[in-house]
Design a protein around this ligand. Sequence first.
Ligand code: PGA
Length: 250
Amino acid sequence: MRQVIVAGNWKMNTNKAEGEALVSGLKEGLGQTSAEVIVFPPFPYLGGIAAAADGSPIQMGSQDVYIEDNGAFTGEVSTAMLKDVGCSHVLVGHSERRHVLGECNTLINKKTRKGLEDGLKVVLCVGELFEERQAWQMESVLNEQMSWGLAGVTAEQMSDVVIAYEPVWAIGTGLTASPAQAEEAHLYLRKWLELHYSSEVAENTRILYGGSVKPDNAAELIGQPNVDGALVGGASLKADSFLGIIAGAG
Ligand code: PGA
């Protein structure tokens, strides 16, 4: 039985006080949940968020990481720095990093491997553009992003990998994949894991859906057999809506 994950990607939002208040609100309202809850705040607020989340089951990750340990890499942040301030997870390959910041599959692969080697859990994001879906290329895009993203990642390391399927056309647009569309893509990804690793890896890897998840659609999406939780952007910025999604996750 795969434990559901509800993760909040805050992107470049909140200020210090808002972020800490958001986590305090989550902590107070969380109650009993069987879901793993992870927040991904902006870099400058990680330390404060870790302190605000202290004593709760809320885990924290960063939205990015660099592939070297230290040195002349102006503006970059290492795995050790992230662990130092309390991160257990890192997001890699988010569509905004791929399509807005121009990250290529090679760099995404290096980040995935570096995160895993240094003891971070990696949430690897994959997903097709609208034009690619229209051109029936969803599977080939997912195959390419999975093959590159996970190149050199061992079956053993896969226990620290979470896949997030985020169709780019559904991110921040209010357009959500239907539960059937999400399930179709997730099933493809699970079969991919079976083919390239093993049925055990396929069975155990959590595959999250992301793209306009809201309290009113979360339960149905997460209720699909191969959808193991949600990666939430906009609706993770208010404690009430994020808690509503967590409640819908069971
Ligand atoms: P959204 O973002 O929920 O605002 O669509 C999801 C994401 O980018 O992770």
